[in-house]
Design a protein around this ligand. Structure first.
Ligand code: C2E
Ligand code: MG
Ligand code: MG
Ligand code: MG
Length: 286
């Protein structure tokens, strides 16, 4: 019986797998031309000081308007870009565009850019970044790079060297999605991060489960004693904001205060009646 069921089952999975592979290949092919065709743009999501609700900066988030499929989520195409190597030209485009657009903002606040591990492995990352800053005129302290824990594990020594060099250039460093990956606390000691981003899964749990509140409190206590700033991601409700505020979380980001919007709309839509504030002192972050 097993023999009779086996092949049929296998065929079903093979067909599903093949379908997925074909979709992936199509996505990869389309992504190859997306930059030249102008199908990509960046949306910026504001970040706020939790106490004053002044805007302290914004995170650049990649958007792809596919000619047939419409908006494709970066959660779907960034992994494809990473596996195919397309993340290198794509990541370059993101950095270039984010720095150029931030130069046109009416207030000199910071722009945060997500950086893939593969971008870090590029041998010419550092000269490329200095070239980019020179070309766009963006002062290095206005650029923040968000990286995830995966980067720190793959090639720890090299990652450390590059992060230190970026830091020496004056670029701020942020540890994204904190708590979701391998989260060795030792990383916070060894690596020169200016900021931790508490992952939205913990923020979502605030007011729902005691574990999330305990984790958020632990991260805040740890960051205070290490002198590292914190941004809580994915703040959607007043209750979450209040819980973060009362626990001393310095910064927040989320739909409650501002969704990702095109650069030109950022300073009009940054929350109801919220006035963008001055950039936090670079030293204040460290
Ligand atoms: P991330 O860097 O952790 O970005 C935060 C994600 O949470 C964004 O999703 C943002 O739109 C979403 N978000 C913000 N506030 C809320 C909220 O209140 N509620 C909910 N439910 N979601 C919220 P997005 O734009 O879909 O990006 C997903 C991920 O794709 C990013 O996670 C990042 O890992 C990656 N990504 C996006 N842009 C880039 C890029 O330019 N380069 C690279 N390498 N990765 C990128
Ligand atoms: Mg991010
Ligand atoms: Mg994140
Ligand atoms: Mg994420």
């Amino acid at each position: 019986r097993a023999k009779r069921e086996g092949p049929g089952t296998l065929c079903f999975f093979e067909a599903a797998l093949e379908q997925r592979l074909m979709e992936r290949r199509a996505l990869e092919r389309d992504l190859r031309t997306a930059i030249e065709r102008g199908e990509l743009h960046l949306a910026y999501q504001p970040q706020f000081d939790t106490q004053s609700l002044e805007m302290t900066g914004a995170e650049a988030l990649l958007r792809w308007n596919h000619p047939r499929r419409g908006a494709v989520s970066p959660g779907e195409f960034v992994p494809v870009a990473e596996e195919s190597g397309l993340i290198l030209p794509l990541g370059r485009w993101v950095l270039d565009t984010a720095c150029a657009e931030a130069m046109r903002w009416p207030i000199p606040c910071r722009v945060a850019v997500n950086i893939s591990p593969a971008q870090f492995r590029q041998p010419d990352l550092l000269p490329a970044i200095s070239g980019l800053l020179e070309r766009t005129g963006l002062p290095p302290h206005r650029l923040k790079m968000e990286v995830t824990e995966g980067l720190l594990i793959d090639d720890t020594e090299r990652a450390l060297t590059i992060l230190q060099a970026l830091k020496r250039m004056g670029i701020a460093l942020s540890l994204d999605d904190f708590g979701t990956g391998y989260s060795s606390l030792g990383y916070l000691r060894r690596f020169p991060f200016d900021e931790i981003k508490i992952d939205q899964s913990f923020v979502r749990g605030l007011g729902r489960d005691v574990e999330s509140a305990a984790i958020v409190e632990a991260v805040l206590a740890l960051s205070r004693s290490l002198g590292i700033s914190v941004v809580a991601e994915g703040v959607e409700t007043e209750q979450q904001l209040e819980m973060l505020r009362s626990r001393g979380c310095p910064r927040v980001q989320g739909y409650l205060l501002g969704r990702p919007v095109p650069s030109a709309a950022l300073f009009h839509s940054a929350g109801a009646g919220l006035v963008p504030g001055p950039m936090g002192q670079p030293a204040g972050l460290a």
